[in-house]
Ligand binder design. Structure first.
Ligand code: PLP
Length: 454
C-alpha cells in the first residue's frame, strides 16, 4: 500500500512558534498614530490586549516558547495529518506530486483555534474576565468560543447580522461552548446605536462588528479584545501547522517547490509558508509561496502598499499593508473569510520584497476546483480553501506543459460542512464570476489620504 497519510505523535507537536521577523531582510514598518502620523509604541495596544500578546506582536525573537498548557490543548487535534493527494493527482492527470496539510480536524473545523487557544491562555494569565470579538461567517467566533470555554473566560461575539440570520449553526456552536452571540449592529454600543439610528434595517458588516467589539473592550479594564487574523502574533501562532508540515514532508522524503494557501488576512498562509520560507531566507532554498485571494477582494494583486486602518470605521492605528482602502466593501461572495480589505503587515512586507507571490481566483473557478478535490479525495473543503485548490490546479497544468516534475503543498485550512448553502448556490447556478473593474479599485483606493510606501 502506498503511504497516503503522514502522521506525527503528540510528542512531535512543536515546542516553539517561528517568528519570521527575525529572518526578514527588511523588517516590518511600525504602525502609526492616525492623528500625529508618528509611530505608536506597544503601550498604545494595552487597552485591548494582554501584555504577553503585545510583546509577541512587536517581538524580533526567532523562536517563541509554546506554553505546555497550550500544547496540551493543541493535542486534542494536533498534530494534524498531512496527505499525499494520490487520487486528486490522478483526477488532474498530472505527474506533479501534491500534498495537503489538513486543519479541518480541529473541533471547530479550521486552523483558527491554533491562535484562539494561546490568545485565551495569555488573557487568562493576565486576569481577563471577558473577551469581545467580531465574527463574520462564524469561523473565528466559534474558535474563540471553544478556547474561552476551556479557560473559563466569558466571551461576547458580535456577529454580522446577515450571517447571524443566514448561518444559524455557527451561532449554535458558539452557544454550545457558552459564548454570548449578538446580532450586530446592536443597541448595546454607541457604534451600534449610531448605525441603527441611521438605518434600523442595517444588515451589518465586519467593520461595524469590529467597532462594537473594540468599543466594549477599550472602555473596561478587565475586558479585552481578540482578533483572528492579520496581526503579527496571530500569524506567528499559526506557524505551529507549518512546522509540523516541514517534519511530515521530511518523513515523506520530499520538499515542496510550491506552497499554496488561501488568503484572507494572512494567518493560514503564514502558518503553512513561513516555516518553509525560513529555508529560503537562511539556506538558499527557492520555495515559491503563493497566496490565493478572491478576484472580488484582490488587495495583494491589485491593492496599494500603504498605511491604512485595520477596521472600516477607522478606530485602529494605521498599519503598513496591501489594501483596497478601509471603506472598501467586497461583494458578498461565499468565501466570507476572504472578504477583508487589507492584509497582515508581515505578509505585506514579504510581498513588497518579492519573497512571496499572489494570485486572484474567481468563485466559479474556485468551486470547480473544490468539487474536483471533494470527488477525488473525499473531503469537502471550505469555500475559502477552494481558492487555494484552484491555484494548485493552475500550477499543476503549467508544470505539465513545461514537462517539469514538481512537488506542491497546499493548506486545506478547513472543511465546508457549515458552508453547504454555498455549494447549493453553486449547483443552482446562482454564483457569478466577479472581477472588479479598474474604476472600482481606483474609487476605493483614492479615498485614502494615508502615506504610500515606496
Ligand atoms: C478565517 C479563515 C480564512 C481566512 O483567514 P486567514 O487569516 O487568511 O487564514 C480562510 N479559511 C478559513 C477556513 C477560515 O476560517
Amino acid at each position: 500500500m502506498k503511504e497516503r497519510k503522514i502522521t506525527l505523535t503528540e510528542k512531535e507537536i512543536p515546542e516553539k512558534w517561528y517568528n519570521i521577523v527575525a529572518d526578514m531582510p527588511n523588517k516590518p514598518l511600525p504602525p502609526l498614530d492616525p492623528g500625529t502620523k508618528e509611530p505608536i509604541g506597544p503601550e498604545a495596544l494595552a487597552p485591548l490586549f494582554p501584555e504577553e500578546l503585545i510583546l509577541q506582536e512587536v517581538s524580533g525573537e526567532k523562536w517563541i516558547d509554546i506554553p505546555d498548557e497550550v500544547r496540551n490543548i493543541y493535542s486534542i487535534w494536533r498534530p494534524t495529518p498531512l496527505y499525499r493527494a494520490y487520487n486528486f493527482e490522478k483526477a488532474l492527470d498530472t505527474t506533479v506530486k501534491i500534498y495537503y496539510k489538513y486543519e479541518g480536524v480541529s473541533p471547530v473545523g479550521s486552523h483558527k483555534p491554533n491562535t484562539a487557544v494561546p490568545q485565551a491562555y495569555y488573557n487568562k494569565k493576565a486576569g481577563t474576565k471577558k473577551i469581545t470579538t467580531e465574527t463574520g461567517a462564524g469561523q473565528w467566533g466559534s474558535a474563540l468560543a471553544f478556547a474561552c470555554n476551556h479557560f473559563g473566560i466569558e466571551l461576547d461575539v458580535y456577529m454580522v447580522r446577515i450571517s447571524y440570520d443566514q448561518k444559524p449553526y455557527r451561532k449554535s456552536m458558539m452557544n454550545t461552548w457558552g459564548a454570548n452571540v449578538f446580532s450586530s449592529p446592536t443597541n448595546l454600543t454607541d457604534a451600534g446605536r449610531s448605525i441603527l439610528a441611521a438605518d434600523p434595517d442595517s444588515t451589518g458588516s465586519l467593520g461595524i462588528a469590529i467597532s462594537e467589539a473594540v468599543e466594549m473592550a477599550a472602555t473596561k479594564p478587565d475586558v479585552k479584545y481578540a482578533l483572528g487574523s492579520v496581526l503579527n502574533h496571530v500569524l506567528t501562532h499559526q506557524t505551529v501547522l507549518g512546522q509540523e508540515a516541514v517534519v511530515q514532508m521530511e518523513k515523506a522524503g520530499d520538499f515542496p517547490d510550491i506552497i499554496v494557501a488561501p488568503f484572507g488576512g494572512g494567518s493560514n498562509f503564514a502558518g503553512i509558508s513561513f516555516p518553509f520560507l525560513r529555508y529560503n531566507l537562511k539556506e538558499g532554498k527557492k520555495v515559491r509561496a503563493i497566496a490565493a485571494e478572491p478576484t472580488s477582494c484582490p488587495k495583494l494583486t491589485r491593492g496599494q502598499f500603504r498605511y491604512d486602518f485595520g477596521d472600516t470605521i477607522g478606530m485602529t492605528p494605521l498599519f503598513p499593508m496591501y489594501t483596497l482602502g478601509h471603506t472598501f466593501v467586497p461583494a458578498p461572495i461565499h468565501a466570507g473569510g476572504l472578504r477583508y480589505h487589507g492584509a497582515g503587515v508581515l505578509v505585506s512586507q514579504l510581498l513588497h520584497d518579492n519573497l512571496i507571490e499572489a494570485q486572484a481566483v474567481d468563485q466559479i473557478e474556485s468551486f470547480e476546483a473544490g468539487i474536483i478535490f471533494a470527488k477525488s479525495e473525499g473531503i469537502i473543503p471550505a469555500p475559502e480553501a477552494n481558492h487555494g485548490i484552484a491555484v494548485v490546479i493552475r500550477e499543476a497544468e503549467i508544470a505539465k506543459e513545461e514537462g517539469i516534475n514538481k512537488t506542491i503543498l497546499f493548506n486545506l485550512c478547513g472543511h465546508g460542512h457549515f458552508d453547504m448553502s454555498a455549494y447549493e448556490d453553486y449547483f443552482a447556478g446562482k454564483l457569478h464570476r466577479h472581477v472588479l473593474s479598474d474604476e472600482e479599485i481606483d474609487a476605493a483606493v483614492s479615498k485614502l489620504d494615508t502615506p504610500v510606501i515606496e
